[in-house]
Write a protein that binds this ligand. Structure first.
Ligand code: NCD
Ligand code: ZN
Ligand code: ZN
Length: 439
C-alpha cells in the first residue's frame, strides 16, 4: 500500500514495555482486542503485557490462555511471565512456551500477588542471569506500605493524599536498592517499572556507573502530573506507585535527559469507571489507561522544546527495543515487511477526550488536556493498523509475538564515559542533552 506523508514525520512505532490488557480474568476492564486497538491508535506498534491477570501468567496453562486472548491483537507483543516464589522452578519452561521476559511484583498492587521473598528473587535472578533474560520489577517495599496503610486506615483517612502517604518514596528507594544489589550480585538483567521518585535516582545512577545492567522506565503521569492534580481529580489518580509532589517532576525529566531513566512506558492499567470512583481509597484498583495518550502527550512536550524528536524516538522506541532484544528488527525506521511506523503530524492540535478512547475503561486523567502532535497512521510490519486517525478493524489478529525475533538484549556499553560526563559534568541547573552515538 502506498503511504504519503508529505510534511509529516516518520517515527519508529513506539514500544511500550508496560501494559495491562487484563485478559484472561478481567475482560470487563480491558481485552486484548480493545487494549491493542488503543495501542494502534496511539502509534504504539509493540507492547509487553503484564502477568497480573487471572490466572496469573506463572503456569503453562495460564500462558496458553493469554496466548489465546492475544490472538486478536492489532500490534506485536511480548508477554512478561510471573516471577514469584512458586514459579521459580518453571522459568525455563515458561520461556520455552513463549514468555519473553519476567515480572516480579515486589510491591503489592492490583491482583494481590504475594511479593517474592528475597530468597526467591535471588534464585530467580541466578537462573535468568546466564540466559540474559531481563526481569521487570515493581519496586516498592510492601512491608513499609502495609504498616503505613494500617495506621492511616485506623486514623480514618479516606482522602486521595492518604494513598500517597501510605506509599512513601522511601518504599521505592529501599526496594530499588535491594533489587539492584541482587542484580549486581548475580549479573541478572533487571528493568525498573514505573519509576516515580526523584529521591531514588541516586541509587540508579550509582548502579549504572558500576555497570549493572539495569534499564529504567518512567511514565507520562510521573513526568507531567503531581499532587496538585490529585487535589483536582481525586481518586481516579490513585496509582501505584503514587503520583508524587511537584518536586519530583523535573528531576525525572532530567534523568531521562542524562540516561539514568532509559525509556517511556505507560503502565496502561484500565479499571472500570465505577471502580475508579468508588468511596474507598484503599481498594486496589489503581491505575488508568495510557497506551493511547502517551505519544500525543510526549510530542506536545517536544513541541514545547523540553526534548528533541530524537530524544523521544530514543525513549519510546530505540531504548525499549534494546532492552528486550529487538533492536534492529524493531525500534528502528525500516521499510517493507519490517516497517513498524508511526506517522506523526507535529502541528495537529486536539483536546484529549476520554469518551473517544479505544479502551473499555473510558476514564483518564488526561481528559480535557490540549495536545499538539499526534500519530495519524500506524503500521505494524508494513500493514496499516490505524489510518487517518481511524482504527483499521480488519487488522485485529495481525499482531504476533515478538518471541520469534527476540535475541539477546543489547549489551550495556562497557565504556560508561559518555554517561559519566552527561551525569557528572553538567553545569548546575542546565539539563544535559545526551544523544546516543548510534542514533
Ligand atoms: C497496575 C494494575 O492495575 O494492574 N496498577 C497500578 O496502579 N499501576 C498494577 C501495577 O503496575 O502495579
Ligand atoms: Zn507495578
Ligand atoms: Zn503496571
Amino acid at each position: 500500500e502506498e503511504l504519503r506523508a508529505d510534511g509529516q514525520y516518520l517515527l519508529p512505532g513506539a514500544i511500550d514495555s508496560h501494559v495491562h490488557f487484563r485478559d484472561p480474568g478481567y475482560p470487563h476492564k480491558e481485552t486484548w482486542k480493545t487494549g491493542s486497538a488503543a495501542a494502534a491508535c496511539g502509534g504504539v506498534t509493540t507492547v509487553f503485557e503484564m502477568p497480573n491477570t487471572n490466572p496469573p501468567t506463572g503456569t503453562i496453562e495460564a500462558l496458553r490462555l493469554k496466548q489465546k486472548a492475544a490472538e486478536s491483537s492489532y500490534v506485536d507483543y511480548g508477554i512478561h511471565g510471573l516471577l514469584g516464589d512458586d514459579t521459580i522452578d518453571r522459568l525455563e519452561e515458561l520461556l520455552d512456551a513463549g514468555v519473553t521476559s519476567f515480572k516480579a511484583f515486589v510491591g503489592n498492587t492490583f491482583g494481590n500477588l504475594p511479593a517474592p521473598s528475597d530468597g526467591a528473587l535471588l534464585e530467580g535472578f541466578e537462573k535468568l542471569a546466564p540466559l540474559g533474560i531481563r526481569t521487570v520489577v515493581h519496586a516498592e517495599n510492601s512491608s513499609i506500605m502495609a504498616r503505613r496503610q494500617h495506621r492511616l486506615e485506623e486514623a480514618g483517612r479516606i482522602d486521595p493524599l492518604a494513598h500517597l502517604a501510605s506509599r512513601p518514596a522511601v518504599a521505592e528507594i529501599e526496594a530499588i536498592g535491594r533489587v539492584l544489589t541482587l542484580a549486581e550480585w548475580t549479573g541478572a538483567r533487571v528493568h525498573i517499572a514505573h519509576h516515580s521518585a526523584a529521591d531514588s535516582l541516586f541509587v540508579l545512577r550509582a548502579a549504572k556507573l558500576r555497570g549493572v545492567d539495569v534499564t529504567v522506565e518512567t511514565c507520562p503521569q510521573y513526568l507531567l502530573l503531581n499532587t496538585n492534580d490529585m487535589l483536582r481529580l481525586g481518586g481516579i489518580l490513585r496509582l501505584n506507585p503514587p503520583i508524587r509532589e511537584e518536586r519530583h517532576n523535573q528531576p525525572l525529566w532530567d534523568a531521562l535527559m542524562d540516561g539514568t531513566i532509559d525509556m517511556i512506558a505507560t503502565d496502561h492499567a484500565p479499571h472500570t469507571p465505577e471502580e475508579k470512583t468508588r468511596e474507598s481509597i484503599w481498594a486496589c484498583d489503581c491505575g488508568f489507561p495510557g497506551v493511547e495518550t502517551q505519544m500525543p502527550l510526549m510530542l506536545t512536550e517536544v513541541n514545547r522544546q523540553r526534548a528533541t524528536l530524537m530524544d523521544y524516538v530514543k525513549w519510546s522506541a530505540a531504548a525499549p527495543a534494546k532492552a528486550w532484544g529487538l533492536y534492529g528488527t524493531k525500534g528502528v525506521l525500516a521499510v517493507g515487511a519490517h516497517a513498524d511506523i508511526a506517522v506523526v503530524d507535529m502541528d495537529r492540535r486536539a483536546v484529549l477526550s476520554q469518551g473517544r478512547l479505544q479502551s473499555i475503561s473510558k476514564i483518564s486523567p488526561w481528559n480535557g488536556r490540549t495536545v499538539q502532535g499526534a500519530p495519524i497512521h500506524t503500521l505494524v510490519r508494513g500493514r496499516f493498523v490505524m489510518r487517518d486517525g481511524q482504527l483499521v478493524s480488519e487488522a485485529s489478529g495481525w499482531g504476533q509475538s515478538v518471541k520469534g525475533v527476540q535475541r539477546m538484549p543489547t549489551p550495556r556499553a562497557r565504556n560508561t564515559e559518555h554517561y559519566i560526563s552527561a551525569v557528572l559534568k553538567t553545569p548546575e541547573g542546565v539539563p544535559p542533552t545526551a544523544v546516543p552515538a548510534d542514533l
